[in-house]
Structure formats: C-alpha cells, structure tokens
Design a protein around this ligand. Structure first.
Ligand SMILES: [Zn+2]
Length: 212
C-alpha cells in the first residue's frame, strides 16, 4: 500500500478564496494556514516572485498579518519544492501564475494534499484573471468575498484601476493604483459598453415592433 502525504484515506482537496483587492483574501488564507498549523499539519506557503509589495519571503495581508512564504517563478517550481511530509500547500496571489497551475494543484491534491489558494478572480477590466477561471472550475470549495466600494460603501466585487490608461493586466500596486468598487461604480470602458449599447438598442427596437 502506498502511503500518501495526506491523512490516511484523505483524497486531498482544492480550495480557492477569491474576490477583489482589499477584500481580505490573504487574511482568510493566513487564518486557514494557522488553523492547520495548530492541528500540527506540515504547511508550505508559496507566492509568485512578482508580488514583492511588502516582503520578499512573507505573505502579508493588508492588515499586516504575516506568514513565511517561498517565492517561486513558475507553477512547476511549487511541485518541485513540496516535501513528502507536507500536508497543506497554501498559495497566495495565485492569479499571477501560469496556466499550468491547475495541473500542479490537481497533482498535489491527488497526493492527498490540501491545497488552499487566494487570488483575484477578475482583473481591472472585470475579466477572469489569468488561470483563475480554471482554478475556480476545478476547486472543491470556493469562497468569494467582497470588499467595500470606496464610492458608495456597498459590497464591492470589482478592482478598479484609478488610471485606466495603464493597460497591462499585471501592474502590482496598492491603494495608490487600485480601489475596490461595486458594479455600479466600476466603469470598465471599452467593448463591454459597446455590447451593452447593442443590447439596449435591440430591446428598444423590439418594444417598438410590439407597439406597432
Ligand atoms: Zn459603489
């Protein structure tokens, strides 16, 4: 019988915590990690090397909670660095990883490991961020959390880039660059607006036809 890294009989699991910036995703990741550590499970934490906003080798939440993390450049590096004795793998800012990340976490889960990830579900244009759509699809459990809209105080699901002229999807920053916004106050200019105009026109012409 092969002994897996996880609990006897455990099949491993994939958990995703997602939402916009400033919604407390990293805090939730840290909370889950700390509980696993209290249960004396061996935990390894990874983060993309790109995210050095606060610290090279720590995961730090906006409210300054922190845990040690290993920065990695590619998702495959995670696979190479996980020890046989590890029971829980946590990955922060998972949206910055390459598409192979879903294969990597499936492999880890198959080894009996509990994988916990936190990341932005949408980019500043409201589109699925990098590998997140795939990760959300293969996850066993998903927690989608909201921040607070900086304009009206409503629950916010969107990350708003203050300067829309900066077009690159990955632009690492903080409150200097981003705000959490509700749907009504996240004005993503561009093709969505055109599409919306198209559907509005379509509806108008339909109701005109009905009135004839
Ligand atoms: Zn709002």
């Amino acid at each position: 019988m092969t002994l897996f890294a996880g609990m006897p009989g455990s099949s491993g699991s994939i958990e995703v915590v997602c939402g916009p910036m400033f919604s407390g995703k990293t805090e939730e990741l840290i909370r889950r990690v700390k509980r696993a550590q209290i249960a004396r499970q061996k935990v390894q934490i990874f983060k993309p090397a790109i995210d050095n906003r606060y610290h090279e080798t720590e995961v730090v939440s906006h409210s300054s909670l922190s845990i040690e993390a290993t920065p990695v450049n590619t998702s495959v590096e995670i696979l190479q660095k996980v020890y046989d004795s590890t029971r829980v793998v946590a990955i922060d800012e998972v949206q910055f990883f390459d598409e192979n990340i879903s294969v990597v976490v499936e492999k880890l889960a198959r080894r009996g490991i509990r994988v916990i990830m936190a990341g932005l579900d949408q980019d500043f244009m409201g589109k699925p961020f990098g590998p997140m759509a795939n990760l959300l699809a293969i996850a066993d459990s998903v927690l989608k959390i909201q921040a607070i809209c900086t304009v009206c105080g409503a629950p916010a699901s969107k990350t708003f880039r203050k300067n829309p002229k900066q077009q690159e999807q990955v632009l690492v920053g903080e409150t200097d660059l981003y705000e959490a916004r509700c749907r009504a106050h996240a004005d993503f200019f561009g093709e969505d607006q055109d599409q919306l105009a198209f559907f509005v026109n379509l509806n108008e012409s339909r109701s005109k036809t009905q009135n004839l």
